[in-house]
Design a protein around this ligand. Structure first.
Ligand code: RAM
Length: 523
């Protein structure tokens, strides 16, 4: 046992962590130059009320000079993750005072249009991307030390002096990613144009989240969450094939568990790898699912052998939460993630994720030829599924219910379908019922939408799945997405569970899976 930063006990398997560290990938770099100078103007018909207009090409900027209070916005033409450099010289008398200069970075127009001072959400405002520099000596080459995630860069001249102004040249971003674009499997021909575009944007989303780990979002939270890793890994198997990056993530989670052996919900790489103290029931279970998917994609028996004890332990720990009816005990705290949907009860989804993960565990145990473990898991699958049918299925409503108030939600139905509690005929009826009556508690993240699409695809409802992908991710495209977003509600475009859309992430791992659906089911 050792302590993590917040003082909670963690279990460290140093060998696993060291091995994960050997797998730190090299980053590919690319120099990217701004395309245009733009303005951002209010337009209530535009996404979140902001639209961009091209003013001039980038080149003409280098002929202009700027003094106190001047500003400009550059558009890099696509979403970038990287390090910005800028050359500045003085014009006029010798600079007799430092230059004060501020940079604001936006993945979306709202971030360079709305003042950050007005932000009052519940996540830290320090996620908002800005940097102020004071430059004593000119000319200067500024290399901003922080990595930014952006398409738009706003530059504000805070002050020069009455005697000089400044001019800029060579502004560029050194974009970084661990995705090898040369390894990207080309998309076969013949797909409709909008799905090709959807694929391209998904791949860009994945690429920009692939750093020294699969980050959830390069703007926020810039760390490895297991729920996001699971979906990124799936997309990666059909695109960049960076298996070692998945392996690294699995070894990090497996090598640093919480006090009772639970896999933590997320972890940090710096200053040295450490696991966060957030524990989510579903996320711990997804270790088993992610390992199973990884094994299926790679047949890497060595990794399976090494990490199987961790996967097994997650299942055993999760089973301890069952009550005497074999139903997962509910809790009002943030014990299980599922979705950001307000008021969502998590019990039925958690029951289904337990079942789903037990089944993944069986596949692993079989691959390892562990007959006792396989049998034990099979009997657990039976009783967890039976309990779900007996206690959580309301036959008069035709829905699974969750929690004390017997809540009916999309999430509960989707997860029960993915867990295979009923057969395909019942699953199809259940999905059709959901779409027809629309009274169930809704879904709110691309992450939960991913699971809806998976449920449709797996139950032979491909047309409906494509229709929903066009509605949801196609909606983001129409609203101007360069990468797919953490959050999107086609009915409420400023939706944020954090109290402000300024803090949302607009290149988010769990939104990258259209490429997985397209390449797995449509070509
Ligand atoms: C947010 C992030 C992350 C997700 C967690 C549960 O902080 O969006 O991607 O996995 O929530």
């Amino acid at each position: 046992m050792s302590m993590n930063v917040s003082g909670g006990e963690v279990r460290i398997n140093q060998q696993m962590v060291d091995y994960a560290e050997q797998l730190i990938p090299a980053l590919y770099q690319e120099k990217v130059y701004p395309k245009h100078q733009i303005e951002v103007i209010q337009d209530e018909r535009a996404f979140q009320g902001w639209k961009t207009n091209v003013l001039e090409g980038f080149d003409s900027l280098q002929e202009k000079t700027f003094g106190k209070g001047d500003s400009f916005i550059l558009d890099f033409g696509d979403h970038q993750v990287g390090y910005v450099s800028i050359s500045i010289k003085s014009v006029g008398s010798p600079p007799d005072a430092p230059l004060g200069i501020k940079f604001i970075f936006g993945e979306m127009p709202c971030e360079v249009a709305e003042p950050f001072e007005a932000y009052n959400g519940w996540l830290s405002s320090s996620w908002l991307q800005e940097e102020t520099r004071y430059v004593d000596v000119l000319p200067a080459e500024l290399h901003l030390p922080r990595r930014y995630s952006f398409r738009y860069m706003k530059v504000i001249i805070l002050d020069t002096s009455r005697k000089y102004t400044v001019a800029f040249s060579d502004i560029h971003c050194t974009a970084v990613t661990s995705a090898d674009v040369n390894r990207l499997t080309p998309l076969p021909e013949g797909l409709p144009e909008d799905l090709q575009r959807m694929d391209r944007i998904s791949v860009r989303t994945l690429q920009n989240c692939m750093q020294t780990v699969f980050e959830d979002g390069p703007k926020r939270d810039r760390r490895l969450w297991i729920g996001d890793l699971r979906l990124q890994a799936l997309a990666n198997y059909y695109t960049f094939h960076h298996h070692d990056l998945v392996k690294r993530g699995l070894y990090l989670f497996g090598g640093m568990t919480l006090n009772e052996g639970q896999v933590g919900a997320c972890l940090f790489e710096k200053p040295s790898p450490h696991v966060d103290d957030t524990l989510l029931y579903d996320y711990s279970l997804f270790f088993t699912a992610t390992l199973s998917d990884y094994y299926e994609a790679t047949q890497d028996m060595e990794t399976l052998r090494a990490l199987w004890p961790v996967a097994w332990e997650q299942l055993m720990i999760a089973l301890r939460r069952l009550d005497e009816r074999h139903i997962v005990r509910d809790d009002p705290s943030w014990w299980c993630f599922i979705d950001w949907q307000e008021g969502l009860n998590k019990q039925a989804s958690a029951q289904a994720i337990l079942l789903y993960s037990l089944k993944k565990g069986i596949r692993l145990a079989q691959a390892l030829q562990l007959s006792m473990e396989t049998e034990l898991l099979e009997s657990q699958v039976q009783s967890v599924a039976e309990a779900a049918r007996k206690h959580l299925w309301d036959s008069s409503k035709g829905y699974f219910v969750s929690g004390e108030d017997a809540q009916v939600s999309w999430a509960s139905q989707i997860w029960m379908i993915l867990a295979g509690v009923w057969d395909q005929t019942e699953n199809v009826k259940l999905l059709e019922r959901l779409f027809a009556d629309r009274t169930a508690v809704s879904l709110s993240t691309p992450y939960m939408y991913h699971h809806l699409i998976e449920a449709l695809m797996e139950n032979g409802m491909k047309d409906k799945a494509i229709e929903q992908m066009r509605y949801f991710w196609g909606g983001m495209m129409e609203d101007g997405a360069d990468c797919f977003w953490e959050l999107y509600n086609p009915e409420d475009k400023s939706f944020s569970p954090y109290g402000s859309n300024l803090i949302n992430s607009y290149c988010h791992a769990w939104s990258c899976t259209p490429t997985y659906f397209i390449r797995k089911y449509m070509v």
